[in-house]
Design a protein around this ligand. Structure first.
Ligand SMILES: NC(=O)c1ccc[n+]([C@@H]2O[C@H](COP(=O)([O-])OP(=O)(O)OC[C@H]3O[C@@H](n4cnc5c(N)ncnc54)[C@H](OP(=O)(O)O)[C@@H]3O)[C@@H](O)[C@H]2O)c1
Length: 423
């Protein structure tokens, strides 16, 4: 149902609300009409939003569409601006598919992630809320296939890609980006310092840039807090038990952070820098000894409805550090959870859409990996969840890890769960 908003109506009280209740007053044009471009840009940079007519000013003639507890109106008749289409589509449909199809008619470069919300990192850099995970198998076949599914994602509107030196997908990501013809500055690239490169950070970032074929990345992460023995021919050196062999002597992560600041951030080789797999236990010494004046912008950790990590999330957020979720779908265990399925049915969405919407509603960036064009599209088609559904999903927490579970010696790669602070 389409209800055009007239100027008369827009002169009344149309408020844009953040799911957590924060309100934004849209900017108005000279005749009092909603000047949507500015307003949408503002709130899209924060979180998904919905629009409601202020109940006090509503009259019968406005006929807002009732959806849940919100009165949702179609606003496509005001202006034909891209962000407005986006907003309208987010509101009117559970998906942004239609919005992207419209944009695709005008060429690939228009199908940009301006249709998805972005978050602002603590140094002012913006990051699209959903990125494509680029971890795949290491065979030649896997690498070649990755180039195709990454290109498919670019065509579908993805503009944020999460790779790492150790994934071996830096080169194919760079190739897919060049093949897409999309300008470099419209794409957000994350890569990571591998566990065996602490002590050789300057060399490592240069290798990553060479692999990607770019002169900067948008985000560079210390992949793990531990350091592994460097062997040029083997990125997975093992000790006698089969665990990863730690560097001797180990390079403390505090020193690695200093090197990343010096050789990656200050040189402009990354627009922002952060960490991955840090816990409350490892964050404390990192931050308390940090003399660089530069704090991490994100902590990329495993997070999904069975691993909610509220304590670490709050700790990071209080310090302006955003959480990026890896293994964000929680695989089939979470996607088949009866609560998730029930909520998905109610929103006419898939389980993956609901789980990703849950991340974004909690202020978390999510990097799902998908080789399937259909899943990729689903994953950037955000649903807006009611707060009670966000809470119901958070209550599914089991403190359960899927991505990097400990082995029989309670070790995850090179460190024990205790050393990592993951218990
Ligand atoms: N920092 C770290 O240490 C670290 C560790 C692990 C991962 N990561 C990053 O996080 C990314 C994602 O992690 P992940 O692969 O473990 O977890 P994930 O993205 O949650 O799961 C990927 C799996 O989910 C399936 N999937 C994706 N979208 C789906 C949908 N809409 N419906 C149904 N199934 C769907 C994929 O299959 P299809 O291909 O068939 O869609 C694939 O099997 C990685 O690629 C990497 O970039 C970082």
């Amino acid at each position: 149902m389409s209800i055009p908003l007239s100027t008369e109506i827009t002169q009344r009280s149309l408020t844009v609300i953040h799911p957590e209740g924060r309100e934004f007053e849209p900017h108005r044009g000279s005749h009092g009409q909603i000047s949507t471009v500015t307003a949408t840009n503002t709130f899209l940079s924060n979180s998904p939003v919905s629009i409601k007519l202020n109940p006090l000013s509503r009259t019968k003639s406005e006929h807002p569409r009732k959806e849940g507890s919100q009165n949702i109106v179609n606003i496509d008749s005001i202006h034909d601006s891209k962000p407005l289409h986006c907003l309208q589509t987010i509101l009117e449909f559970p998906s942004i598919t239609d919005c992207q199809d419209k944009a695709c008619h005008r060429g690939i470069e228009d199908a940009s992630l301006s249709y998805l919300p972005s978050f602002t990192l603590n140094n002012g850099v913006k990051i699209p809320a959903i990125g494509l995970g680029c971890f795949t198998g290491v065979s030649q076949e896997d690498q070649e296939a990755a180039c195709h599914w990454i290109l498919t994602a670019l065509k579908q509107g993805y503009r944020h890609f999460d790779t790492a030196f150790i994934y071996n997908t830096e080169q194919v990501l760079g190739k897919a980006i060049r093949d897409s013809g999309i300008p470099r500055n419209e794409i957000f690239i994350t890569t990571k310092l591998p566990w065996n490169h602490p002590g050789r950070v300057e060399w490592s970032i240069n290798e990553s840039l060479k692999n990607l074929g770019v002169d900067y990345v948008d985000l560079y992460l210390m992949h793990w807090p531990f350091s592994v023995h460097f062997d040029e021919n083997n990125s997975l050196p093992r000790d006698g038990h089969g665990d990863l062999l730690e560097a001797d002597p180990p390079v403390p992560f505090e020193k690695t952070w200093e090197d990343i600041v010096e050789y990656v951030y200050k040189t402009g080789k990354a627009k922002a820098i952060g960490v991955s797999n840090f816990s409350l236990k490892t964050f404390e010494p990192l931050l308390s000894t940090n003399k660089t004046g530069i704090a991490p912008v994100v902590n990329q950790i495993e997070m999904h409805p069975y691993l909610v990590q509220n304590g670490l999330k709050s700790y990071c957020e209080e310090r302006g550090i955003l959480i990026e979720a890896y293994t964000p779908t929680g695989y089939s265990a979470v996607l088949n959870d009866p609560t998730i399925r029930r909520i998905a049915t109610r929103y006419n969405a898939t389980s993956a859409q609901v789980v990703l919407a849950w991340h974004v509603a909690r202020g978390v960036i999510a990097c799902p990996m998908s080789k399937s064009a259909e899943h990729q599209k689903e994953n950037i088609t955000l649903t807006i969840l009611e707060k009670e559904d966000v809470d119901a999903i958070s209550a599914l927490d089991k403190n359960q890890r899927f991505g990097n579970p400990p082995n029989e010696r309670n070790k995850v790669w090179a460190w024990t769960m205790e050393q990592l602070g993951w218990e």
